[in-house]
Design a protein around this ligand. Structure first.
Ligand code: AQP
Length: 333
């Protein structure tokens, strides 16, 4: 590992992973695994900021790990681990919470959006989520964080908190930079192409899961909303079609222009039929490898145990410095 720059990123096991998570995050992580020292986490502590059913959370945590690996992340090269296995995350989050202003958290758009959706269930964890995310990143002295547009504001807060701590005490944290993928387009909901595709969406026709079978993928694409224009154009006036062209392009490697030209004069039926095939073929190796991995629980267990051990060593080192500088006395035995 040595001089390699460090990267931290994670996905919440708050639902089954969608092609939004795959194309927008995980597939890009795979491209970074040789160049960087990568920590890829399954952020289960974050997931409980909205209520979860324990047995589903348990199942999904393991499935997310298997999907990381099925997508191409190699546990020999990167550190794969479960957030709750490394208690330093929750511990540093507390210290950072005590340095975060209410006003800063109030401005977070994700909090505003999520609180609008679940007014009956507003908990303090959802509000202080960005301090936990800052601790995830800062514990590993990450140089860079691959994030989607939606997470930029949280990363900005992580940078502010790192600077605040460094100024108040002394140099402790690296200041992380965003690493925004050049091809990191946002994948939108198939039923409401003005919102992003989300794994916790209530309408299952709005997303495609990595583990959806071909029949389900065909059905969901068939039902995806389009418009009455009737031409395959890459245009903001046709958000449904535009989103499907993006997905097509990301799976096939063809450019938007090539795709638009290919379907000139064709209706949406042919385009949708082909798109379903492109997705099915793109996901096939991932799904097959995923199923194989899920039938080998011992191996998965070994991967997350080894990952936690490695992450724990690095995280403890940072946390010890933070505790010492904060003024906590060290336990002597
Ligand atoms: N639709 C998307 N298009 C591109 N990238 C996406 N990501 C998520 N949705 C899309 C990226 O996936 C990573 C995982 O994010 P997360 O699990 O921390 O939570 P999220 O961003 O809130 O993802 P979801 O699927 O919308 O989850 P829920 O519904 O639980 O909130 C991030 O890198 C994100 O950018």
């Amino acid at each position: 590992m040595g001089d390699k720059k460090v990267i931290f990123s994670g996905v919440q096991p708050s639902g089954d992973l969608t092609i939004g998570n795959y194309l927008g995050a995980i597939r890009n992580w795979v491209d970074l695994q040789d160049e960087y020292d990568c920590y890829y986490c399954i952020v289960d502590l974050h997931a409980i900021t909205v209520p979860q059913v324990a047995k589903d959370l348990r199942r999904r945590t393991l499935e997310v790990l298997a999907q990381y690996m099925a997508a191409g992340l190699d546990p020999e090269k990167v550190t794969l681990f479960v957030q709750s296995h490394v208690s330093a995350h929750a511990e540093l989050a507390w210290v950072l919470n005590c340095m975060t202003y209410m006003g800063e958290l109030n401005r977070m758009t994700q909090f505003k959006e999520k609180s609008r959706k679940s007014e009956a269930n507003l908990n303090a964890g959802l509000f202080t989520y960005p301090a936990l995310m800052a601790s995830d990143i800062l514990l590993y002295q990450a140089n860079a964080v691959p994030v989607g547009d939606d997470q930029k504001q949280h990363l900005e807060l992580a940078r502010d908190l790192a600077n605040r701590f460094n100024n108040r005490y002394s140099d402790t944290f690296k200041i992380p930079e965003p690493l925004i993928s050049k091809v990191g387009a946002r994948i939108m909901d198939l039923q409401d192409p003005t919102s992003k595709m989300s794994k916790s969406s209530e309408n299952e026709n709005g997303y495609i899961l990595i583990k959806d079978d071909p029949k389900t993928i065909k059905r969901k694409i068939k039902r995806a909303v389009t418009d009455s224009i009737g031409e395959v154009n890459y245009s903001d006036d046709q958000p449904g079609i535009k989103n499907m062209i993006t997905i097509y392009s990301k799976f096939s490697g063809e450019s938007y222009e090539e795709i638009v030209n290919k379907y000139k004069g064709e209706g949406y039926g042919k385009f949708k039929g082909d798109l379903a095939e492109v997705i099915i073929e793109g996901l096939r190796p991932v799904r097959e490898r995923f199923e194989e991995l899920m039938s080998n629980k011992d191996y998965l267990e070994n991967v997350y145990n080894e990952g936690a051990k490695k992450a724990e060593r690095v995280a403890r080192k940072t946390l010890s410095k933070v505790y010492r500088k904060t003024g906590f006395i060290k336990r002597k035995y």
